[in-house]
Design a protein around this ligand. Structure first.
Ligand code: ADP
Ligand code: MG
Length: 286
């Protein structure tokens, strides 16, 4: 590949909002066999909304909101939005502690409280009614978090994050080019599968702890070069491990720094366009 041709390729793409760091990245994109996607903020809009509260709504929402004040997680924003809309009294809980990939713990009303998934509260037993309701909400593609205080689960909050308009089309286009698509997420298997079915993703790897995303990328690399598409702090290691790291422009600074390609418009069709551009550039110049 001649440097001039590379500059033509990357210059044109930059105008479309596809920033490619260098020629090696563009060349690596030509060999990709598998495209792996983070879920929240990558396949989905990343603006989750509370849809259902199970339990005594006012109490569940107040405890949840107090816990989430100090959290930077997108789920926290959804809960705080809902609390604001319902005019809930929100005070930051003391002794706040975020537990990566699981949830949050803190002191509310002088008692130990928590919000998060079933990995956070593996020690607590869910009664059958709650666990059935949880499964039902998850199969509707809703992320469900459990809210507890003083060793007692007091309710559930279901949160929905719609897929981006571009997601289904991008998956179809990648498949038409013979590429395998994979979703890699910290969210629950049932939720992940419901969203994968909506947008047409081949393989779902769910319940992945943030520190394990890069390992999954390595395993997928056994079958050929991998592109990883993500936006979060926890996606940075996977972005650098992948043969091609593709970061959302809306993503965290660390994700953007870790990506070899940045999609300014957050449009997943731009993943397809980037791969196409690579193919055109490297099949033209020999
Ligand atoms: P993703 O891969 O979808 O970005 P994360 O690894 O950030 O997911 O989080 C995985 C799961 O951990 C969430 O789906 C949620 O169940 C739980 N979780 C993490 N942080 C929080 C929080 N602040 N509040 C409630 N639940 C949380
Ligand atoms: Mg994300």
């Amino acid at each position: 590949a001649t440097p001039t041709a590379l500059m033509v390729g990357t210059g044109r793409s930059a105008k479309m909002g596809i920033l490619i760091k260098n020629g090696e990245v563009l060349e690596a994109a030509n060999h990709v066999k598998t495209v792996v996607f983070d879920k929240t903020g990558t396949i989905t809009e990343g603006h989750p909304q509370v849809t259902d509260i199970v339990g005594d709504e006012a109490t569940v929402l107040r405890v949840a909101a107090n816990l989430e004040v100090s959290s930077e997680h997108p789920l926290a924003a959804a809960i705080l939005d809902k609390a604001k809309a319902e005019k809930v009294d929100v005070t930051a809980a003391e002794n706040f502690q975020a537990i990566e990939g699981k949830g949050v713990q803190a002191t509310v009303d002088g008692q130990q409280a928590f919000i998060g998934n079933d990995k956070l509260i593996a020690d607590y037993k869910l009664d059958a009614t709650l666990s059935d309701r949880m499964a039902q909400l998850q199969s509707e593609a809703k992320t469900v978090v459990l809210v507890g205080i003083a060793d007692q689960i007091i309710g559930l909050i279901a949160i929905q994050d719609a897929p981006k308009a571009s997601s289904a089309g991008a998956m179809a286009a990648l498949k038409a080019r013979g590429l395998r698509t994979v979703m890699l997420t910290g969210d629950n298997q049932r939720v992940a599968e419901a969203i994968a079915a909506e947008v047409g993703i081949d393989t779902v790897i769910a319940d992945v702890l943030p520190g394990d995303k890069a390992d999954h990328v390595k395993q997928l690399q056994a079958e050929g070069p991998v592109a990883f598409v993500g936006d979060g702090i926890n996606d940075a290691p996977a972005l650098t491990t992948a043969d091609v790291g593709i970061a959302m422009g809306s993503g965290t600074d660390i994700a953007i720094e870790s990506g070899g390609i940045v999609l300014v418009k957050n449009d997943l069709m731009d993943v397809v366009r980037a791969l196409e551009l690579s193919k055109k550039t490297f099949n033209r110049i020999k």
